[in-house]
Design a protein around this ligand. Structure first.
Ligand code: PEP
Ligand code: MN
Length: 368
């Protein structure tokens, strides 16, 4: 192993704990010059820690550019020699893992189209057995946290110690301005499930268009992500893949400099005591909401008893419709979003029906 590679690898452990960790590079490696020039210009910004590039591109439809393949790996090695930036590629098969390792790639990532498939993830995991290399796992295309968590477990079981998560948004049917809906609540849940893993946001694949990048980057760092992976290209409009979402290294530097980095904590006493008071209020309010919900269920149970005595079904669509309409109208006046209140009412209704069902089951007449 040459000295430069040793240096790159030695600094990788330090980098793993660097905050924020900024990864950038083209969606796809296209030519040697494109890779090395992007790397040099990224390095010149002084804001980028790792160089990414897709070598094998899993495309949704055939006929699109599917990556330059293994011949692009030496271009990345050259870019690392020129800049000292560790290099990172996507792998989806055992063969790709072997080729990446043979070219001393520093970091690997598993793409969204691979995370959806446990067979593929297992194949990659098996190829990684006994290897020491950091691996990032992107969320699966569909909003399914179990698949994402399953991929983490498979890679963990292969003995990989440094695992990171990349939130790149999800494919949904709902209309959003994004290419992939961020569904922030799922990202938060995954971050809470795996608090020790490095958690990165990929605004490029969420946005699908460069004009939205800034706001998504800010939103992500406000949720305290550990870093960002953003696609960059020397001529974004001419990119062979994902042209609409890439930015030049210089535009990336501007976007990064415009971000407001808020710290998760502050050492100021005034801040802590103000926050403590507000948190106590929240705890108190949560307690009251719980008490009210419990009382609401008790009333629903009393209603169930009457319904049973009079032989009436639990579900009465008309009555529920009336509750929905009234609550949604009132919620609007109270600045509570329709989406939130609809989800809340659905959950409330299910719980209420289940309480009523228990009453009916308990008092069921015995046969005979
Ligand atoms: C990529 O990072 O270029 C890529 C293919 O991303 P994803 O797997 O998130 O679609
Ligand atoms: Mn891409």
């Amino acid at each position: 192993m040459c000295a430069l590679q040793v240096n790159a690898l030695a600094s990788l452990d330090t980098l793993w704990s660097k905050r924020p960790l900024i990864i950038s590079g083209p969606c796809s490696a296209e030519t040697r010059t494109q890779v090395t020039e992007t790397a040099l210009r990224l390095k010149a910004t002084g804001k980028v820690d790792m160089l990414r590039a897709g070598i094998w591109k899993p495309r949704t439809k055939p006929g699109l550019f599917e990556g330059v393949g293994r011949k692009g790996l030496p271009w990345l090695q050259e870019a690392r020699e020129l800049t000292g930036l560790p290099i990172m590629v996507e792998v989806a098969t055992a063969r790709q893992v072997e080729e990446a390792l043979a070219h001393q790639i520093d970091v690997l990532w598993i793409g969204a189209r691979t995370t959806v498939n446990p067979f593929s993830v297992q194949e990659v995991a098996d190829a990684l057995a006994g290897v020491s290399i950091p691996v990032f796992i992107k969320n699966p295309i569909n909003p399914d946290l179990e698949l994402w968590a399953g991929a983490v477990e498979r890679i963990e079981r292969s003995g990989i110690k440094n695992i990171g998560l990349i939130h790149r948004g999800f494919s949904t049917f709902s209309q959003t301005p994004y290419r992939n809906a961020p569904l922030w609540h799922l990202a938060i849940e995954m971050k809470l499930r795996f608090p020790k893993l490095v958690f990165i946001n990929d605004p490029s694949h969420i946005c699908g268009r460069r004009d939205l990048l800034g706001e998504v980057m800010q939103r992500a760092i406000d949720l305290d992500v550990d870093g960002l992976m953003i696609e960059s290209h020397i001529q974004p409009e001419q990119a062979w893949s994902d042209a609409a979402q890439q930015v030049t290294p210089e535009v990336l530097a501007t976007l990064l400099s415009e971000l407001v980095w808020r710290s998760e904590d502050s050492s100021s006493d005034a801040y802590h005591s103000a926050l403590d008071q507000l948190r106590q209020q929240i705890n108190q309010l949560d307690e009251e909401v719980l008490q009210l919900l419990a009382r609401r269920m008790q009333v629903a149970e009393q209603i169930a008893t009457y319904k049973q005595e009079n032989n009436i079904t639990i579900l009465q669509a008309g009555r529920w419709q009336e509750i929905m309409e009234r609550t949604l109208r009132r919620a609007g006046e109270l600045q509570l979003s329709r989406t939130f209140i609809t989800q809340y009412l659905d959950a409330l209704h299910m719980e209420s029906i289940s309480h009523q069902q228990q009453i009916l089951d308990k008092n069921k007449p015995t046969a005979g």
